[in-house]
Design a binder for this molecule. Structure first.
Ligand code: MN
Length: 201
């Protein structure tokens, strides 16, 4: 079964002004599509052809660089689109909010730590909020790696992630990754993050 590009759960223009329409069109329609196509090319006719994306990502480091980059790319972007929502500008509530406060001291302290992980990721990669051994933790990964991979420095279950590749923000923010990371909080789908947090337990 070949992998396919999942539809965006909102319109390309829905995340304006925080993420612009053209960035969304290219990021989803070109970049994510390319990860899907190249993943399919890498597994077609091999023993990995019928594995789930989760299985491929977990063992990506020992399968091939193509599966690591493109399988990671497909999983990460599918996760990213669902992490966002138009007009979301809210705050977490319930058990997730309690866990964030207990772990990081406050929501603002968490945001600072998450943004700092994104700012200090040299080159391309991702910043994550993960559940590790039942506890929240902030981490980051290079390229299209993610915390589900056995080769990740910090392994865990991602519940929120932000793409800090330049292709995610360059058209609107140019070199200003910090501004993009600050705007990110206006479009975080906290309901989805809370759902993932509950499922991780
Ligand atoms: Mn991307």
């Amino acid at each position: 079964m070949a992998f396919t590009l999942p539809a965006l759960p909102y319109a390309h223009e829905a995340l304006e002004p925080h993420i612009d329409t053209k960035t969304m069109q290219i990021h989803h329609g070109k970049h994510h599509q390319a990860y899907v196509d190249n993943l399919n090319k890498a597994i077609t006719g091999t023993e990995n052809e019928n594995k789930t994306i989760e299985e491929l990502v977990k063992h990506a480091g020992s399968i091939s660089p193509a599966v690591r980059n493109n399988g990671g790319g497909h999983w990460n972007h599918s996760f990213f689109w669902e992490s966002l929502a138009p007009n979301a500008a809210g705050t977490p509530s319930g058990a997730l909010a309690d866990a964030i406060t207990a772990t990081f001291g406050s929501l603002d302290a968490f945001k600072e730590k998450f943004a700092n992980a994104g700012m200090t990721r040299f080159g391309s990669g991702w910043t994550w909020l993960i559940v590790k051994d039942g506890k929240l933790e902030v981490s980051s990964t290079p390229n299209q790696d993610n915390p589900l991979m056995e080769i990740a420095d910090v392994k865990g279950t991602p519940i929120l992630g932000c793409d800090v590749w330049e292709h995610a923000y360059y058209l609107h923010y140019q070199n200003r990754r910090a501004d993009y990371l600050a705007a990110f909080w206006n479009i975080v789908n906290w309901d989805k993050v809370a759902e993932r947090f509950a499922a991780s337990k």
